[in-house]
Design a protein around this ligand. Structure first.
Ligand SMILES: [Zn+2]
Length: 139
């Protein structure tokens, strides 16, 4: 029987050790029990996946303007007053930053302007419109 001192940091308790083959334990009974007992698992702190939200920016697209431009060009009405108005409205729509009702009003006026600009024009890019146009002229 020999007296050993627990080498665990902060303990230093003396404990009896019965010399026997093998290495003497480094810690006292209490420390050995504590070390052997698996610590209660703290909930793993796996970071939750971060959801990256799309950047909230006013959409700067030119889709409307391009579509209107294409339609007016096909009808050959880009340089008419309603055509110019339609282009301006399309640019405004594309610029964004409108309220829903403002957007709706712009879209309504744009549609009307495009229709007015293209009225009677033979739309090369729109065969259906060309047919409608021919019919309306009684051809
Ligand atoms: Zn100890």
């Amino acid at each position: 029987m020999s007296i050993r001192v627990c080498t665990r940091v902060g303990c230093g308790a003396e404990y009896a050790w019965d010399p026997k083959p093998g290495r003497p334990p480094r810690y006292c009974e209490a420390c050995r029990a504590e070390i052997a007992r698996p610590k209660r698992q703290v909930a793993p702190t796996t970071p939750r996946p971060v959801t990256v939200l799309p950047e909230q920016r006013p959409t700067t697209t030119s889709a409307t303007l391009e579509a209107v431009q294409a339609k007016l060009t096909a009808a050959g009405r880009t340089d008419t007053v309603p055509g110019a108005v339609a282009l301006r409205l399309a640019a405004l729509l594309d610029a964004g930053g409108h309220s829903a009702s403002g957007y709706a009003a712009l879209a309504r006026q744009l549609t009307a302007s495009v229709e007015e600009a293209c009225r009677g024009a033979s739309l090369a890019g729109d065969p259906l419109a060309a047919i409608r146009d021919r019919r309306s002229r009684g051809a």
